[in-house]
Design a protein around this ligand. Structure first.
Ligand SMILES: [Zn+2]
Length: 363
């Protein structure tokens, strides 16, 4: 395996680019001056001239130097993600953009160049739910949006692709959500469902609304975690989820457990970020730090375009309530030491170590 660690070795990197060496992916990125685009070493795009190539240790640095990510090899997808993962993320975005159309598994499979069986499995492994469940969630999301915008309920239901009001109530009532009228009434009676799992790093509680995951925390006991959840959502109805009641949440926590305990891919789940505009900006930025990469508070402040706000960025990071999926563990002190972690420095170290190991061992 070619490794470009502290300083990128021009010769090694170039050999990897020429060989389109998959094992070098995640170790460095190359940018092409003449096109303004940067790639993973294994990119299938036409090989550039050596004199036009610059190497970067991270995708972030390439971006900061003004290069745009290649559309073919998707260098911004989390490190450790392969092209199949990027394809599944693409498909999920496609489903979201076309939530009002019926799209069959066969159509999706054809689009991705997979067999329907393979597609169903890969989609679930990467996204955490089946394509069908994802479509339903995407439709619900669209419905909420049009209801918030003040559309009449029946019209909104049809626009969101459900076809009839009774079908949407089946989904909304039975799953994580509330009825459309309750939503119109300003969210009174909002339901937050939760589930717990023992993972390799300890007990995790995940909670979600119908819009996505809003809470992922480690703790010592289910009752302690539940108290905390209730403190954060004092006016919501908080319910233990069962597989029948919220299959989505159940699939989501299983995917997260698979990631934490068995090194599965980090699931890309819909999140409901609740906080100030500044906090949300910081959290969204954290989600762009790749697996196995780390930054410090100053980098984050610069990354959100407020280089003087390192302190405020640190507070926003400390206020994160969605462990792992909003990867606040990837932010270290300026001197490279671990710094704090809401759920214990040992867990932070374990998360970083595992990600680094996966990055190096990647086949
Ligand atoms: Zn590329």
């Amino acid at each position: 395996m070619i490794r470009c660690m502290a300083k990128l070795d021009d010769k090694f990197c170039w050999l990897a680019v020429v060989a389109r060496d998959k094992t070098a992916d995640g170790q460095f990125f190359y940018a092409v001056k003449t096109t303004g685009i940067f790639c993973r070493p294994s990119c299938s795009a036409r090989r550039p001239l050596r004199k036009n190539v610059t190497y970067f240790a991270t995708a972030r640095e390439a971006e900061m130097a003004g290069f745009r990510p290649c559309l073919r090899c998707r260098p911004l997808a989390a490190v450790g993600t392969d092209v199949a993962t990027a394809t599944m993320i693409d498909l999920s975005q496609y489903l979201e953009a076309h939530a009002d159309e019926p799209i069959s598994l066969a159509q999706l499979a054809q689009r991705a160049g997979f067999s329907p069986f393979h597609l169903q499995r890969s989609f679930k492994a990467v996204i955490g739910v089946s394509p069908k469940e994802f479509q339903t969630a995407a439709r619900l999301k669209r419905l909420k949006k049009s209801l918030r915008a003040g559309d009449a309920i029946t019209g909104a239901v049809f626009d969101a692709g459900f076809g009839s009001t009774s079908r949407v109530y089946e989904h909304v009532d039975g799953r994580l959500g509330m009825t459309p009228s309750a939503y119109r009434a300003g969210g009174a009676g909002e339901t937050v469902s939760y589930a717990c799992r023992k993972t390799a790093l300890g007990l995790i509680m995940m909670a979600g609304t119908e819009r996505g995951v809003c809470f992922v925390q480690f703790g010592d006991s289910e009752t302690g975690l539940l108290d905390q959840l209730k403190r954060e959502y004092p006016r919501a109805t908080v319910l233990a989820s069962s597989t029948e009641v919220s299959p989505l949440l159940d699939a989501w926590i299983a995917a997260l457990d698979e990631h934490v305990s068995a090194g599965g891919p980090q699931p890309s789940l819909p999140l409901e970020l609740r906080g100030t505009a500044f906090q949300i900006r910081v959290w969204r930025f954290l989600m762009r730090i790749g697996e196995g990469e780390v930054m410090n508070y100053t980098d984050v402040a610069k990354g959100i375009g407020q280089p003087k706000a390192a302190r405020a960025a640190a507070s926003a990071i400390a206020a994160n309530r969605i462990a792992i999926l909003v990867p606040c563990h990837r932010v270290l002190r300026g001197d490279g030491s671990l710094g704090g972690y809401r759920w214990g420095v040992d867990r932070k170290r374990a998360l970083i170590d595992t990600e680094r190991r996966r990055r190096v061992e990647k086949p």
